[in-house]
Design a protein around this ligand. Structure first.
Ligand SMILES: *Cc1c(COP(=O)(O)O)cnc(C)c1O
Length: 351
């Protein structure tokens, strides 16, 4: 039986993507060869890479001043690549600390240069998004995390800053319409909302590069990857192909606008149950609630055994909260059908 998979990442993808990706492993484009055994420089794979990059620009409505890259190393390597490429030798960067991943980004940036944490919600176990801060032109860039996967908070608006705007969108990329042109650099590990683990998306405005006065190691240099069209070394061909299929599926099903409408309906269904059912309570500030990772707890711990047994029996998997928060976390990424959310809500009503 196919499970209702609420895992935070790697996570659910459209069933059709699993199907097509499996076919390509056995026989890619009717070539008689597996996707896994052909050269990444073959005509068929170069076409995949080109289209995977083009589709991102179409979905985000971005022009030729932006470049799209598929790299490796996950969002975690971007924690390092961003300061290497944007933080000048004697400059400083501004960061908000809104969760475990933001803290990880800050830690890496501090290895490269000067970092100011301009706002944090750490004192409240990251249960809200801090909003009262200013970032001036004395900073080389400002870095934020759009969705805090572990704690279940999400930035609903992005601050106007007098410097470059950089965002880790790993866990809510392509989930809602945004003016993507307000960002100078966006990155995301693919495995939350746009593909399998192994590929990392970077969208960068070309004109911001080459200004730090640093010597950048080859793999860490965005300019190298731009120049080589994401083929500076062997790309993760399977992960890029499955990401391409995922984004194509999104585009063919109404694009980001339609995904956002579905995501809003799913989030409303689940949060309404959390708010109206006396057995449950939300974890994060209501105005900052994530529409991707819904965190909640039981009001009465003695019901835990019954609830855990009930959701497992209903075919639900991946509902346990992260160890730093406890309770439960339902990740309802783009590919999660509302029917599966309804199954969870029915279980919540039943205990
Ligand atoms: C999962 C996650 C990461 C880490 O991604 P990796 O690809 O595993 O390095 C970073 N930031 C956010 C917001 C995440 O959700």
């Amino acid at each position: 039986m196919k499970k209702h998979n609420f895992s935070a990442g790697p996570s659910i993808l459209p069933q059709e993507v699993f199907q097509k990706a499996s076919e390509a492993i056995l026989n890619f484009n009717d070539s008689g060869l597996s996707l896994l055994e052909i050269s990444h420089r073959s005509k068929d794979f170069v076409a995949v890479m080109d289209e995977a990059r083009a589709i991102v620009k179409r979905l985000m409505n971005l022009g030729d001043d932006y470049e799209v890259l598929y790299l490796q190393g996950g969002a975690s390597l971007q924690f390092l690549m961003v300061p290497y490429n944007l933080l000048s030798v004697d400059g400083k960067a501004a960061y908000t600390n809104t969760g475990t991943w933001a803290a990880g980004a800050i830690k890496e940036a501090k290895m490269i240069g000067n970092v100011d944490v301009v706002a944090t919600s750490k004192e409240a176990n990251y249960s809200y998004i801090p909003k009262e801060f200013k970032v001036g032109s004395e900073y080389d860039y400002f870095h934020c995390t759009s969705n805090n996967t572990i704690f279940g908070t999400q930035m609903k608006e992005f601050p106007k800053v007098d410097t470059l705007l950089v965002c880790d969108m790993s866990s809510d990329i392509f989930s809602r319409e945004l003016d993507f042109s307000q960002f100078d650099l966006i990155y995301a590990g693919a495995q939350k909302n746009m593909g399998p683990a192994g590929a990392t998306l970077v969208v960068v405005k070309k004109s911001i590069l080459g200004k730090t006065g640093r010597t950048i190691p080859t793999y860490l240099d965005y300019a190298v990857h731009i120049d080589k069209e994401s083929m500076s070394n062997t790309p993760p061909v399977f992960a890029v192909y499955a990401s391409y299929l995922t984004l194509k599926h999104l585009e063919d099903n109404g694009g980001i606008a339609a995904a956002e409408a579905r995501n809003n309906a799913k989030a409303k269904l689940l949060y309404d149950e959390i708010d109206s059912n006396p057995n449950f309570q939300g974890v994060s500030a209501i105005e900052d609630r994530s529409f991707m990772n819904v965190t909640f707890t039981l009001t009465d711990e003695s019901k835990q055994e019954a609830f855990d047994a009930a959701w497992k029996a209903a075919g639900i998997s991946g509902l346990n909260g992260h160890r730093s928060v406890g309770g439960y976390r339902a990740s309802i990424y783009n590919a999660m059908p509302i029917e599966s959310v309804q199954v969870l809500v029915d279980v919540m009503k039943s205990i």
